[in-house]
Design a protein around this ligand. Structure first.
Ligand SMILES: C[S@@+](CC[C@H](N)C(=O)[O-])C[C@H]1O[C@@H](n2cnc3c(N)ncnc32)[C@H](O)[C@@H]1O
Length: 212
């Protein structure tokens, strides 16, 4: 059977111009026998649709260099590559997520560079190579609050212009926003997405502090 059949295929759906797969899809079921993500990277999380919707309203510059942190299956990464022709790196601590990301990238005819790393280990100079950093549902443990805030400080100190994180509204996410407000320009929005279904949550956009 070819990798993909034309839509409508069972357990495949579309959101914001990209194709996505349900956990019940035949390719996902097959992959799950061999790969078991263990840090919550076992599905497409709803906050990724908030990221897609927000970026439709506040687009990336074409061909930007984008880092998606905690990419999981990479819905956000695939969207950025597809919609904005961005050069995207998908970073995740868990190497088992990447076969799923590969399938989504192939399905949407885009290339995503994989990086198996914990974001805590990214040096300022490495972060500074990107124009924008994005992430969806990546601040879900207390220990991630300080680690993400420090990574964002390093990124901003090294010239990254935009960082966008979406979240269902976890207390840890709001703690992160409070920490970031002390050093950077922080805009927090209640947001909703309409595809593939109605989803509500939060978006934070972090930009360099305005001088003077
Ligand atoms: C809730 S999932 C979200 C996945 C994806 N962003 C989405 O919206 O579908 C969180 C992801 O963050 C990854 N992750 C957790 N801690 C991490 C860390 N310290 N560094 C990099 N990735 C991490 C997990 O492996 C998982 O894939």
């Amino acid at each position: 059977m070819p990798l993909l059949q034309p839509l409508p295929e069972e357990n495949m759906y579309q959101a914001y111009g990209i194709y996505l797969l349900e956990s019940k899809h035949r390719l996902i079921r097959r992959l799950k026998k061999a790969y078991q993500p263990s840090v919550h990277g076992h599905k497409t999380w709803s906050s990724s649709f908030l990221l897609m919707d927000y970026l439709q309203h506040e687009p990336l510059k074409k061909k930007s260099r984008i880092l998606e942190v905690g990419c999981g299956w990479g819905p956000g990464a695939v969207f950025c590559a597809h919609q904005f022709k961005a050069k995207v790196t998908g970073l995740d601590i868990d190497r088992e997520v990447f076969p799923f990301l590969d399938v989504l990238a192939e399905l949407n005819e885009v290339k995503i560079s994989p990086m198996v790393r914990r974001f805590e280990s990214l040096k300022g100079k490495e972060l500074g190579k990107f124009d924008c950093i994005v992430g969806s549902d990546i601040c879900f443990w207390d220990s991630l609050v300080k680690a993400l805030s420090q990574m964002i400080d390093r990124a901003m100190n090294n010239g990254v212009k935009r960082i966008i994180i979406t979240d269902p509204g976890r207390p840890t996410f709001y703690e992160l926003c409070d920490l970031l407000r002390k050093k950077h320009t922080v805009e927090l929005f209640e947001w909703y997405a309409t595809e593939p279904r109605h989803v509500t949550g939060e978006v934070v956009e972090i930009r360099p502090a305005v001088q003077g």
